[in-house]
Design a protein around this ligand. Structure first.
Ligand SMILES: NC(=O)c1ccc[n+]([C@@H]2O[C@H](COP(=O)([O-])OP(=O)(O)OC[C@H]3O[C@@H](n4cnc5c(N)ncnc54)[C@H](O)[C@@H]3O)[C@@H](O)[C@H]2O)c1
Length: 255
């Protein structure tokens, strides 16, 4: 057991990042909160502190190699090590069928969701490598397991995150690092509000009802449910649990 777990959360100012920051704070963790702007990173840091932990902020674009190595260097300066890494930043991108999906929108989704996750693994692995068990969670999605009509780049990028997770789990196994993909279905969050709006405009409530009707438990996940699972995978799970894509989706992916 360590006295205090320390690590990095990307996308810390988003709804899932902030919920996980608060839950990590409640475990007394030290967290380097990374997001696109300092203002967003501060949202994550405030949640860590509300929970009872300590936090630092770092503004970085996860699709930029130099900026990713800069946040890893900052974590090294702060603690010399890390016990967890929540590789979570992501965007949903454009919502339109493949025939009208713009190449630049496709590229941006892959730059953030796939290159960002890959760079995070590359930059953070040596910080996580020491004698104790450490853990990485890449945020994929149930969109990495099933078809995602009108969200082609998002779905393909999340399939790629699951693939990267498996490769990292094998490559990092000798280092005692567990690597798993967290795969939520729809979560009560701003991202889902944007997706519902993009699907149906003024009929967003109807789009939500249609999504819920596809889920055996007939509701979205709560942010607390996502945070509880993320913290288990980041701090508590056995190292033997590795390389898995773990759906938190009310049965959506198996229905
Ligand atoms: N909300 C959902 O229903 C849901 C479901 C499944 C998976 N996910 C995934 O969970 C993760 C978090 O999503 P969320 O719901 O909190 O969304 P969100 O939009 O609230 O948060 C995403 C965060 O990532 C940050 N970000 C975006 N691009 C970035 C970049 N280039 N560099 C650094 N930070 C960047 C944003 O600023 C934002 O703070 C994403 O990977 C998303 O795909 C979300």
């Amino acid at each position: 057991m360590v006295d205090r777990y320390v690590g990095v959360v990307t996308g810390a100012g988003g709804d899932i990042g902030a919920a996980v920051c608060r839950a990590l704070g409640a475990r007394g963790c030290g967290v380097l909160c990374v997001d696109l702007t300092e203002e967003l990173a501060v949202r994550g840091a405030e949640e860590v502190r509300k929970g009872g932990g300590t936090a630092e902020v770092f503004a970085a674009d996860v699709s930029d190699e130099r900026q990713v190595f800069a946040y890893a260097d900052r974590a090294r300066q702060l603690w010399g090590t890390a016990h967890f890494f929540f590789n979570n930043a992501g965007i949903e991108g454009a919502e339109t069928p493949i025939v009208s999906y713009r190449v630049e929108d496709w590229d941006r989704v892959f730059a953030v969701n796939v290159r960002g996750v890959f760079l995070g693994l590359k930059a953070m692995v040596h910080l996580l490598e020491h004698e104790m068990v450490t853990r990485i969670v890449n945020t994929a999605s149930v969109a990495g397991m099933v078809a995602t009509p009108r969200l082609a780049a998002y779905g393909a990028s999340k399939h790629a995150v699951i693939g990267l997770t498996k490769t990292a789990a094998v490559e990092f196994a000798p280092l005692n690092i567990a690597v798993n993909a967290l795969c939520p279905g729809p979560v009560e969050s701003q991202m889902m509000r944007r997706i519902e709006q993009g699907m149906a405009g003024d009929a967003a409530q109807e789009a939500k009802r249609q999504f819920e009707a596809m889920i055996p438990q007939a509701r979205y996940a709560t942010l607390d449910e996502v945070a509880d699972l993320a913290v288990y995978l980041l701090l508590d799970c056995p190292v033997y649990l590795t390389g898995q894509a773990i759906a938190l989706d009310g049965g959506l992916s198996i229905a």
